[in-house]
Structures are given as structure tokens and as C-alpha cells.
Design a protein around this ligand. Sequence first.
Ligand SMILES: [Fe+2]
Ligand SMILES: [Fe+2]
Length: 394
Amino acid sequence: MQSLKNIKKLGIMGGTFNPIHYAHLLSSSYVFEKYNLDKIIFIPTGEPPHKRNINIASGEHRYNMVNLAIQDNPNFLISNIEIERDDTTYTIDTLRQIKSMCDEDTDIYFITGTDTINQVYNWKETENIFKLCKFIVTTRPNYVLDDNTKNLIDKHKNKIYFCEIPKLEISSTNIRKRVEQEKTITYLLPKNVEEYIYKNNLYKTDFFKKYEKQLNILKQNLTEKRFNHSIQVAKEAKNLAIQHNVDKEKAFLAGLIHDCCKCFPLPKIYETCEKYKFELDDILKKQPDLAHSFLGYYIAKDIYNIQDEDMLNSIKYHTTGRENMSNLEKIIYIADYIEPTRPYFDGIYEARELAYKDLDKAIQYILKNTIQFNTQKGRIIHPLSIEAYEYYKK
Ligand SMILES: [Fe+2]
Ligand SMILES: [Fe+2]
């Protein structure tokens, strides 16, 4: 870290920075200008061992990203003092450490948001914190302060400033979500930070490595085209699950396995029915192709070792749907219909849009289209689909 000597007004910008993005940089630069600061020092928070979480990149990575983001700005500095501490980090300790590195008369400004200022009354050694620094609170229109904070402000009148900053709808949570969904994050953060994220594989879960065994069995049982479709359904299901707060691992795996019986030749379909004592109803007898989802239930359980009943049901009902489906069942049903390599057909864009907004509306839309399409083709509609359509129409 550069020296903190000869700085009259020093801003401190703390945060997880997981990852740092343009809203952090813009608000820092805005505060820097408005309060005539000499420098701002970015201090990424540490990661106490008990709080370690797969969604938080390591301290080293977060430090490196901040470093890249501020490298062109001589007014912005960075410190690793919180990252180096293995314990729970308290602001008072950080402030004391920074203060000891500055000149006697340096004014320290702790830059924070309204969420944080509402907690300051509860921090360790609040009174001593106010002896060491002032606060600059960046706000949005209509911000709310709780009563404890109002008392705190009364008590420390000249030590808390409020600064309205331009609104930028960028959040680290959203950036991480986008990386996971393989969507672009360009223009949300500096280019070099974006490159760093990809180079170091941050914020991604490697499902393909994890389910290598299932993938190998699947490969042997599907045509190449069907195998690729299954991968696409798995990815789409994972993204829908993230969007709708459903277990993404279950969605990915169920999506991967959903068509595991699709390429069975007829004799193998009959053989499998016999083995698991599954009786084909009249409709399945006439359209044995539809049976692949019902048989998928048994094969997924037996061969792919899936024991979760919700996952098994999402495989079982992925062709017909049914009344009152679970969210996971809906996701597999929808992902099968909208996966990105499906050739274009009428309604696909609408279905894709609905899928990420409202699962029930998407289900209703897809059931309607499918029933219409199959009727035109002269196929018999399975009663489960008709019941499902009646159910979701309401
Ligand atoms: Fe299928
Ligand atoms: Fe499928």
C-alpha cells in the first residue's frame, strides 16, 4: 500500500466488492469530488473462517479485482488490512490501524450507504468510532433512517454528512447471477475486472464435472442430437431455477436426465415396462413414444441413482404436465420446450419471455400451444395434459 502521509482528507470505502463494479466506482468518484477529498482508500472486507461461503470469492481475488478497477485513478488506493485478518473484522480496529498510518491531523471520512449507517449505533465502540472519523452516507431519494440512527445523528451533528448520488442499477449479486447464467456483464464493471472473473472462473459452479458419471451413462443411451438437447435442457433448467429461487442442482440434474429413455427402441420400452411393472394405458399403447417420461422415473431412480421424489416426478411428467405441479416440475417441463437449440416455431419467443417472468403463465401458454399443435397433427391428447391445462387456465 502507498503511504498515507501528507493526506489531509482521506475517504475510506469499505465493502465486500464481490465483485467491484461501476456503481461502487461512480459513488466513490462522486463523493471524492463533492467533499474535496485527497485520496480514497478501498478496503475489501475479510472472510472470517466461519462465514466462508461459495458465493464469496476469496479475499485475494476480491483484492485483485479492486486493484484492477482503480489502477488508472491516482486518487484511489487499496489496502489489504481486513483481508489479512483471519478474525471477525471490526470497523474500530480498521480505523485505528489506518489512523496510525496517517498524519496526526488527517481527517478520515468513512463512506457508507444508508443500510450501513442504520447499523452503526450497534457497532463495537460506536462512540470511539466517532472520535476517529466522520461519515459520508451516500443516499438515494426517499431513504429511511431508523430511530436509533436519528438519535445518533442528533448526537454527532457535524460528523455525519448525507450525499445523494446518481442512481445506477448495478449490484454485485446481479453480476454474479449473470455470470452463472452465462449472460453478459460487459458495461457493468471495468473490462479488466470482467476478464479477471472469466480467467479465474469466479462465480461459476462446474456442474459438468460433478455429474460426469451420469453424463457418461447418458451418452451411451442417447443419440448425439438427443444428448445435446439434454445438455441444453439442463442449462436452461438451471437458469430458470436461479431465476425462480429453486434448487439449481436439482434442476440441472433433472434436466440432464429427463429424456434418459427417449432413445429406447420399442422392444426395450416393453421390456422396461415389464421390469418395473408399469402398465401402459390406452393412450401410451397407441403412442409408446410418450412412455419415455413415465419410464424415465424408474430408470432415473435405478440407473442414475436419483432418489429425490420431486426430481423423479419432474422427469415423469415432463411430456404431459399435470395439475398442481411443483416448481421443479414446471421448470423441467418449460426448459424442455424453450431450450435454445430448439428449431424456431410459433410462440417460442413468448414462451421464453414468460418462463423467466411467471412459471404458471408459461405453463399455461405452453400447454395451450402443445394441445393445439398435437390436435392439428391428429394425435391423442393425454388426459393429464387436459387436466393440467384446465387447472392452469384458472
Ligand atoms: Fe422428452
Ligand atoms: Fe426433451
